[in-house]
Design a protein around this ligand. Structure first.
Ligand code: ADP
Ligand code: MG
Length: 386
């Protein structure tokens, strides 16, 4: 049993004075490319990472839900009879929101048993590595087992998304939960967010002596507020003005027409989504045909588009990307929703110490909070553990 699993089991026992039925876990994810394309019905290419959220859970003889986490002192309690999005707030809205959302996808919440759950995680919170999808997916697979729902993983991804949209109030897409639930070791999930078709594509980083370095700027983002929602609104406006159901229906050939019809800001938002969708397709094709050393330029172009057209970068992310490239990374971009969080740098293994040192020094020279740098590997998705 991993140290994390041991501490989750111990945490459950001390909070609830009982044994869990079992443990389940789900990974965070990093998005290799395809940012803000998911809610535009487009393409994304994330992978599950070797950082996980572990939950210990047991059903109860009554209708009570008790939720505890190593991140919070409080144990939150709610009856299944009171389980509505309006009654949820704070961190417990993630696990309890999943229980509610399962009811929207077939679980009969009028008859299921209550549960106790204890949660711990080594996915950094708020770093753009989706600790939120990790907690949702871990709870979703646990309840799918204990409530014997037999729901498919693609449905569980939609359950997690609904929880995040309705119970938490963050208007995020389906990408994070799909990566956390469908990911496989050494591979990324090529996801069509319209059809929800997912294809697992080998990354081949190890044989190419490449590592994916995360640079967590430790500038925190907040998806439920401000920028994320306004970008989403711009995309909806652009699609409406161009007469399509979503920006997915447009290609680079539509850009001249968009330039005629849209105001400058909406045009730039739309252009990011259109070109980013194309970059995802190009990345998948390039990986297959030429291998991972050939995708660097696409990562770089994605960053420029987010910085200049979608305007979701921050100076710390730009500094991380530029310094990593200067120190030998073959491609780098901010990842996740933006306004903070992490950048990724695809880096030859031998250069990881140099990139780490130079990025750290660049932040120190500007008096910025020291970033956290670490390598992640593509890992398997959610699973039942012991
Ligand atoms: P990200 O998904 O990028 O890490 P979010 O803001 O989407 O950032 O989600 C982070 C939130 O998810 C936390 O603030 C907390 O409310 C909740 N969360 C994530 N992991 C845990 C955990 N292990 N225990 C309790 N809450 C958690
Ligand atoms: Mg999140």
């Amino acid at each position: 049993m991993s140290a994390l699993a041991q501490s989750v089991r111990a945490g459950f026992e001390s909070r609830f004075a009982a044994q869990p039925a079992s443990l389940w876990s789900a990974p965070g994810r990093v998005n290799l490319i395809g940012e803000h394309t998911d809610y535009n019905d487009g393409f994304v290419f994330p992978f599950a990472i070797d950082r996980r959220t572990v939950v210990a859970m047991a059903l109860r003889p009554d209708r009570l839900l008790r939720v505890a986490s190593s991140f919070a002192e409080e144990t939150v309690e709610l009856s299944l009879d009171d389980l509505t999005p309006e009654n949820l707030a704070g961190w417990s809205a993630y696990p309890l929101g999943v229980a509610w959302a399962l009811g929207q996808f077939g679980a009969d919440l009028a008859v299921v048993a209550g549960f106790d759950v204890f949660i711990d995680s080594d996915v950094p919170i708020g770093a753009g590595l989706s600790s939120s999808a990790a907690i949702e997916s871990a709870v979703a697979v646990a309840l799918n087992d204990l409530w014997q729902l037999g729901l498919d993983r693609r449905v569980l991804a939609r359950v997690g998304q609904l929880a995040e949209n309705r119970a938490v109030g963050a208007p995020t897409g389906i990408m994070d939960q799909s990566a956390s639930l469908l990911g496989q070791a050494d591979a990324a999930v090529f996801l069509d967010c319209r059809s929800l078709d997912a294809e697992v594509i080998p990354l081949g980083f190890a044989p190419a002596d490449l590592e994916l370095l995360i640079i967590d700027t430790r500038v925190s983002h907040a998806h439920s507020t401000g920028g994320y929602a306004s970008r989403r609104a711009s995309c909806e406006l652009g699609a409406r003005m161009l007469g399509v159901a979503s920006l997915r229906d447009l290609t680079v050939n539509d850009l001249p027409r968009a330039a005629e019809l849209l105001d400058d800001e909406t045009l730039r938002r739309v252009r990011h989504v259109i070109t980013e969708n194309q970059r995802v397709l190009d990345t998948v094709r390039t990986l297959r045909e030429q291998g991972p050393t050939a995708i660097g330029a696409l990562l770089d172009a994605s960053h420029v588009s987010m910085r200049d057209d979608f305007e979701i970068s921050v100076p710390e992310l730009d500094l991380a990307v530029e310094t990593a490239r200067g120190a030998g990374a073959i491609g780098a971009r901010m990842t996740g929703g933006g306004f903070g969080g992490a950048a990724i740098a695809l880096t030859p293994r031998s250069l990881i110490p140099r990139v780490t040192a130079e990025v750290t020094a660049a932040f120190a020279a500007r008096g910025l909070t020291a970033p956290d740098l670490f390598v992640v590997h593509a890992a398997d998705g959610a699973s039942r553990a012991e």
